[in-house]
Ligand binder design. Sequence first.
Ligand SMILES: [Zn+2]
Ligand SMILES: [Zn+2]
Ligand SMILES: [Zn+2]
Length: 146
Amino acid sequence: MAHASFKRERSPSPTPTSSGRRREKSSQGQRRRSRSPSRQPKRQKTDSHFRQGAGAATPLSACTLCLGRHPHKVYACASKSLWDGSPAYCRKNDKNRLQDPTGKILCSNWQTENGCSESVHDDKHECSGCGKRDHGAQSCPRGEKA
Ligand SMILES: [Zn+2]
Ligand SMILES: [Zn+2]
Ligand SMILES: [Zn+2]
């Protein structure tokens, strides 16, 4: 009464019975593909590693408020301190504009990589990170290094 139907015998493995001579017993081909070494999403101390690849991967822009380049919502950044913990120079007003300690709204273009070509509001061309007038947030020496 043992219902012994060995499934082994009818295994649907594609065993070619006619051409049984092409049977290399090298199993290295399969071994290799299981361990792909290019899968390490860690990046902890790869600062210099990060900027390779000719211009393809641009580093993150510095946040105009905290000058940090770590991934965060820079447009919504409301940090009161710079990325390194020192007090921030600017703050955001209720319209999300950068305001210097005197309450002056700074030019936001000035803080970008391209800068601002306007000359009608020179007084707004202050670095939002430190208040200097000869550079913007992207080239501020207090900014986080790219
Ligand atoms: Zn920020
Ligand atoms: Zn401007
Ligand atoms: Zn600056």
